[in-house]
Design a protein around this ligand. Structure first.
Ligand SMILES: Cc1cc2nc3c(=O)[nH]c(=O)nc-3n(C[C@H](O)[C@H](O)[C@H](O)COP(=O)(O)OP(=O)(O)OC[C@H]3O[C@@H](n4cnc5c(N)ncnc54)[C@H](O)[C@@H]3O)c2cc1C
Length: 502
């Protein structure tokens, strides 16, 4: 589509959700126009190439590795493996401090199944946790039953709309203490949320996804490669992508969308606007509360953002790490709401959960030959201004260096990314505590699965796409792409039914 030709719909934001939606609508024959405020598309997977390193500003581990919604997207858009290819981790390290009070580390733990030929083998973990025979039996029973839960059983849990903690509190399982701690850690690490907020149904789905289809993958060429491929696809299929264009306002007349107004004061008209900018910024700022009834505004304000990550990227002048992904946690170093409240109130914990990933061990092309790139960090609140973030960052780095002191002399330079950077780069901070969340509304009970916000808003012609709305299940990118697959169909139907598109 040429720049001056009228578009059929505007998509605010060129994140992976917005770009996927645009490409899918273009595939249906529409002419979508993507308006992206940054100089490049990508949103939360944005990054750059510098001194031979290609990297994302924030750490991304793709789950699942196989059967990801990227696979459906690729099929529909005729993309091949060289365009979107998720590489699974081969070597996972696991460090743990439990009852003994001592840190122990285990290499090559087979639980993330980056390669399809691997078999799930929790015995590594049982050894690390120091379980006796009886505890091993109990651990196998509870993990096995979750692993084998059928889709119908998970849907029933979804309908119950309870947290994973509430599910465990039903007393259906005799959970050994180490598995209980693992569950708390896994909620923080995989879902970036506390166990007493995360939905039970989503917890089980993501646990099964990680154990069945692999977790912690990395796209060949880096995440920016995926964003570039999708951007090209939008244009190739007849859509347009305009960067450095920030939408200031969504123009609404008589409860119907008429287009958008950019920060430069330019009106761009379209009968349909799909916002990838997040549900809070879209409703409360870009459209404005006055265009919705009070009940919808209260509903949106009550939606809670998921948590954030505070992380650093270490650019290493020589290869010193042989793992793809490693996690470090202790029984006291993961957060539920009660523990986190203490930290908010000034308590400094001994340990934090640490997540470390070496993208260049997945795909050597993302670092110059003979060098390495490492991302590592810990969970933190989504509030860009939360004071405890600095302390958590330092704790995570200290623990990382305790296990791998060889990183320190190998550092060429490092970069920081946390909730303030996520918000500045991708999402306006429009209400307290919101803006720096990793995964939008995430997997929080009451606002995910079947209770995920609908993509259609009460304003005619205004839709939402991406991590916050319209998708069904799964974490992060999986959910953003799932949303795009569904929203593109919904909007396509809407346009055809109303013939709003010429
Ligand atoms: C620290 C961190 C760690 C993460 N880790 C993982 C992980 O391990 N695994 C995983 O699957 N996912 C992870 N995620 C989540 C994943 O990155 C997101 O789910 C996904 O990238 C979101 O895509 P999206 O299109 O829904 O939204 P976004 O990427 O947020 O895209 C929104 C786009 O809209 C643009 N925009 C916003 N406002 C405007 C405006 N007014 N005008 C124009 N443009 C605008 C933004 O610039 C952005 O490009 C992580 C995210 C973060 C921040």
């Amino acid at each position: 589509m040429s720049e001056n030709k009228q578009c059929d719909m505007i998509i605010i934001g060129g994140g992976i959700g917005g770009l996927s939606c645009a490409a899918l609508l273009a595939k249906q024959g529409f002419r979508p126009l993507v308006l992206e405020m940054n100089a490049k598309t990508g949103g939360r997977v944005l990054g750059e190439s510098e001194k031979g390193f290609t990297y994302e500003y924030f750490p991304i581990g793709v789950t699942p590795v196989r059967n990801h919604s990227f696979e459906i997207l690729s099929r529909v858009l005729n993309l091949n493996e060289s365009e979107i290819n998720i590489i699974g981790p081969e070597n996972m390290g696991f460090a743990y401090r439990g009852r003994s009070g001592e840190w122990e580390f285990m290499d090559n733990v087979n639980i993330l199944l980056g390669d399809i030929s691997e078999d799930f083998d929790p015995s590594h973990l049982f050894d690390l946790w120091g379980l006796d025979e009886k505890e091993r039996e109990l651990a196998i029973k509870v993990l096995g039953e979750l692993y084998l839960m059928t889709p119908d059983q998970i849907d029933t849990l979804d309908a119950e709309d309870i947290t994973f903690k509430e599910f465990l509190d039903k007393g259906l399982y005799d959970v050994p203490w180490a598995v209980d701690n693992f569950f708390g850690f896994f909620a923080n690490m995989a879902m970036v949320e506390p166990i007493d907020l995360v939905s039970a149904a989503e917890y089980v789905r993501i646990l099964q996804d990680s154990f069945n289809n692999g977790g912690g993958g990395y796209p060949a060429g880096g995440c920016m490669h995926v964003a570039d491929i999708l951007t090209k696809k939008v244009i190739e299929l007849g859509g347009a992508v305009r960067t450095n264009t920030k939408v200031e306002k969504i123009d609404i007349q008589n409860s119907s969308v008429t287009g958008v107004i950019t920060t430069e004061g330019k009106k761009i008209s379209a009968p349909v606007v799909i916002s990838n900018a997040g549900i809070h910024p879209t409703v409360l700022k870009l459209a404005g509360e006055e265009h919705f009834d009070k009940r919808y505004v209260s509903y949106v304000k009550d939606l809670v953002p998921a948590w954030g990550l505070t992380s650093q990227i270490y650019f290493l002048k020589k290869p010193v790490l042989d793992f793809h992904i490693s996690v470090l946690y202790s029984d006291s170093g993961w957060w539920d709401l009660e523990r986190y409240t203490k930290i908010k109130n000034g308590h400094v914990p001994d340990d934090v959960v640490v997540y470390a990933m070496v993208p260049s061990n997945y795909d050597p092309s993302v670092a110059p030959e003979g060098k390495q790139i490492l991302t590592a960090g810990t969970v933190c609140p989504s509030d860009p201004g939360a004071e405890e973030i600095e302390m958590l960052t330092q704790k995570a780095e200290a623990l990382l260096f305790k296990f791998w002191p060889e990183i320190i002399p190998a550092i060429e330079f490092k970069k920081y990314g946390g909730p303030a950077q996520v918000s500045a780069l991708t999402r306006d901070h429009v209400q307290h505590g919101q803006g720096g969340e990793c995964m939008g509304l995430g997997q929080i009970a009451g606002q995910c699965g079947s209770t995920r916000p609908s993509a259609a808003t009460p304003v005619r012609g205004l839709f939402l796409v991406g991590i916050d709305a319209g998708g069904n299940a799964g974490m992060g990118l999986h959910q953003s792409v799932d949303s795009a697959l569904k929203v593109s169909q919904q909007v396509g139907r809407y346009c055809r039914k109303r013939q709003v598109v010429v």
